[in-house]
Design a protein around this ligand. Structure first.
Ligand code: GDP
Length: 469
């Protein structure tokens, strides 16, 4: 995007103009150290004209005496990458020596300048506007940044200065996007066979939930007497251990290894049930780091609570495959209504929980545990799945055809190509140009589509949009 720098002495209304141009779009603070530390940048729009606006404010409270020198330094730096400058003066206050100094300096620069006589709402500031002619920077444009007046004239003045540049930059960006998409396509096709997942590998499973949900009871039930302690292992901290345990899937007769990630005290405590020693939820969440699949245990006597949703979001944020089990099913009242209620709350509540596998279990009687474990293996497969590039792009083309990306300012945002760059959790990158204009709702449309149409269900999927610079 072309860059337009807003210049002027303190209090002429630079920031107001900046805010007017940038509107509700995100304003980014420039993070370069040194003189430029106070520049604000934002994506600005004036009718169909788009540019990056740079506000050079930020030294308004500086010591008066040192101001001219500091300003010159600031202005010089900010003009370096600028395609045009908006030089703002205060039409009510009239010209000051500082305005004249900046004007003189600007006249010697190569960058095209639009002179703005600000604070000219209504018919005010006439004499200041006349005075501004004397700067020798062409016709001043009367504007009221605060009231939004004169914006059309500002557009007419700025358009010829940067529209060519905008077009050129856009063309370059599109060419770069096409090249990057080609490269990604080649890389994806070459690396298609990468990191195939082996479903017979031990499954790392963590059980999380609020205190008293029944985690310890469940772990003891699962491990029974013949548990085998394997930890501590590399990558697992001292306070977490992994317990390897052979589980036979009664449905298929297959023997599988499950590596139960156990946090400090969970087993021990179950023996000596001391309610005062309950681990906090965050202690339990550490196990999530080492797990592939995480079971969030709910308490049937309490239902789904806010705290549970928080834990669930946390697990998905960490990129782990999540399933939910309603424990204490043996003592649940009105069981089917409870199950349906929780199912509905998950599907209609947080979007990322839609379709998350839900089970009813009892850690005490063992009911529902085998189907849950069997589903955990299936869930890990989804979490580890790589979608063939051709199938992925067929889906992508259909998704774009069914609901084309928007065309702000009459120019369509171009999305070119999608590739899966990782698994566990599945990660996708979409290449395109003009992505800064893509609404988050459209991004969500694509993300939801990937999850729904490509069979990822509630597996956390990561989507990144890339436009090569
Ligand atoms: P934790 O804090 O999540 O580890 O919970 P505990 O395993 O210590 O269990 C809390 C309480 O719930 C204990 O009194 C357990 O006996 C009880 N409990 C756990 N699971 C079940 C279950 O499936 N059914 C019933 N009826 N009680 C359970």
């Amino acid at each position: 995007l072309p860059q337009v720098v807003i210049i002027g002495r303190p209090n002429v209304g630079k920031s107001t103009l900046f805010n007017r141009l940038v509107g509700k779009r995100l304003a980014l603070v420039d993070d370069q150290p040194g003189v430029t530390r106070d520049r604000r940048k934002g994506l600005a729009g004036l009718a169909s004209l788009e540019f990056e606006a740079v506000d050079t404010a930020g030294w308004e409270d500086e010591d008066e005496a040192s101001l001219p020198g500091r300003m010159r330094a600031q202005t010089q730096v900010s003009l370096r990458d600028a395609d045009a400058a908006l030089f703002v003066v205060d039409s009510r206050a009239g010209l000051t020596p500082l305005d004249e100094e900046i004007g003189q300096w600007l006249r010697k620069q190569e960058v095209p300048v639009v002179l703005i006589a600000n604070k000219a709402e209504g018919n005010s500031g006439q004499s200041g506007i006349l005075e501004a002619y004397s700067l020798g920077l062409g016709e001043p444009i009367p504007v009221s940044a605060e009231h939004g007046e004169g914006v059309a004239d500002l557009y007419s003045a700025l358009f010829p200065l940067i529209s060519d540049r905008a077009e050129q930059l856009e063309l370059e960006a599109e060419q770069a996007a096409a090249i990057a998409a080609d490269k990604a396509r080649e890389a994806a096709e070459a690396g298609e066979e990468l990191e195939e997942h082996d479903p017979t590998e031990p499954l790392s499973l963590a059980i999380v939930g609020r205190p008293n949900a029944g985690k310890s009871t469940l772990v003891n039930r699962l491990l029974g007497e013949d548990r085998l302690l394997t930890g501590p292992e590399a990558g697992i901290t001292r306070d977490s251990i992994a317990v390897d345990w052979e589980w036979t899937d009664p449905a298929s007769g297959e023997e599988r290894t499950i590596k139960l990630i156990d946090t400090a005290g969970m087993r021990k405590r179950a023996k000596v049930v001391d309610k005062l020693e309950k681990l906090s939820v965050s202690d339990g969440l550490r196990a999530v780091d080492y797990a592939e699949v995480v079971v969030l245990l709910l308490d049937a006597t309490r239902g789904l609570e806010v705290q549970d949703l928080k834990i669930a979001s946390k697990v998905l944020e960490e990129g782990r495959a999540l399933m939910i089990a309603i424990n204490k099913w043996d003592i649940a009242e009105d069981a089917s209504a409870l199950f349906n209620g929780i199912r509905a709350a998950l599907d209609e509540g947080l979007a990322q929980l839609r379709g998350v596998p839900l089970f009813a279990v009892s850690a005490v009687t063992g009911k529902g545990l085998d189907p849950m474990l069997s589903a955990a293996f299936k869930l890990r497969e989804d979490w580890s799945r790589r979608v063939p590039t051709s199938a992925l792009n067929r889906w992508f083309d259909d998704a774009l055809a069914a609901n084309p990306p928007p065309a702000p300012g009459g120019r369509r945002i171009k999305l070119r190509y999608i590739t899966q760059v990782g698994t566990r959790p599945p990660r996708f990158v979409i290449f395109g140009s003009r992505l800064f204009d893509l609404p988050t709702s459209y991004e969500r449309y694509l993300l939801n589509g990937i999850r729904r149409d490509l069979g990822f269900g509630a597996v956390p999927v990561r989507l990144t949009l890339k436009s090569p610079k």
